[in-house]
Ligand binder design. Structure first.
Ligand SMILES: *Cc1c(COP(=O)(O)O)cnc(C)c1O
Length: 230
């Protein structure tokens, strides 16, 4: 299969899993993580109805966003300060924000472009050392910092689960979902209305993420690799 057929197959499965979980399929955005492929594969996915793509490197985000400017480009990778203007130029949503200084740099870059930049706070729920993200304790503070910035809009939380055990993945996602509800409960009415995204789940664990409340799943290999088998 190629990216168009694989995108359709994953989207159908996402819809089924939503229905099984008692959720409306329209509540879950399928983001095609295109970091390992080029523009032609992305175009195949577009022909199958995809319009949201995730990239983890600013150079590739920029390259593909310039080639396909009508699609929605999500920044999902590690952030370095000097890349922030470039990311803000192209990203509809930055999923991987977990440092106060990056929020302040995003504010500056977004103000210069007269843009309001949507962000998610990345939380390292599982505590694995290899993973990015703030602690659960720090998350509320970072959301508060973002709320103080007129050109930054915190839209929700993001996490990555440990690989290899679907029960552990489910518990990690549940942990993010509980934290999200706690933080949201403390927010003012206007801020609360915009704070509604949970970005969690990848090729191997997106069903657990949907069961735990994901509103965005980030799927790479299951769409773009011909060798991915579930
Ligand atoms: C690569 C990547 C994904 C997609 O992973 P797959 O296992 O290929 O689906 C999702 N999120 C982030 C942050 C990634 O870096």
């Amino acid at each position: 299969m190629s990216a168009n057929d694989q995108y359709i197959a994953v989207r159908q499965k996402v819809d089924q899993v939503c229905i099984q979980a008692g959720r409306d399929p329209k509540e879950v955005l399928l983001i095609g993580v295109s970091k390992t492929v080029g523009v032609p594969e992305v175009e195949l996915a577009i022909s199958a109805g995809a319009h949201d793509f995730g990239e983890n490197r600013p150079e590739l985000l920029e390259e593909k966003a310039l080639a396909l400017p009508h699609e929605n480009w999500h920044m999902i990778g590690n952030i370095q300060s000097r890349a922030i203007p470039r990311i803000v130029e192209h990203a509809c949503l930055i999923h991987s924000v977990y440092q106060e200084r990056h929020i302040l740099a995003i504010e500056k870059a977004a103000a210069a472009r007269d843009k309001i930049q949507d962000i998610l706070i990345e939380v390292n729920v599982s505590g694995e050392q290899s993973k990015g993200g703030c602690t659960s304790q720090e998350a509320a503070h970072l959301v508060a910092v973002a709320l103080e910035c007129p050109h930054v809009r915190p839209r929700g939380l993001m996490t990555m689960a440990p690989q290899g055990d679907s029960q552990v993945a489910y518990e990690t996602f549940k942990g993010l979902s509980n934290l999200f509800r706690q933080i949201k409960a403390e927010m003012g009415e206007n801020d609360k209305n915009a704070f509604n995204e949970l970005s969690m789940g990848m090729s191997e664990d997106w069903p657990q993420a949907i069961a735990a409340g994901a509103t965005m799943v980030r799927v790479g290999r299951a769409i773009f690799s011909d060798s991915f088998a579930e």
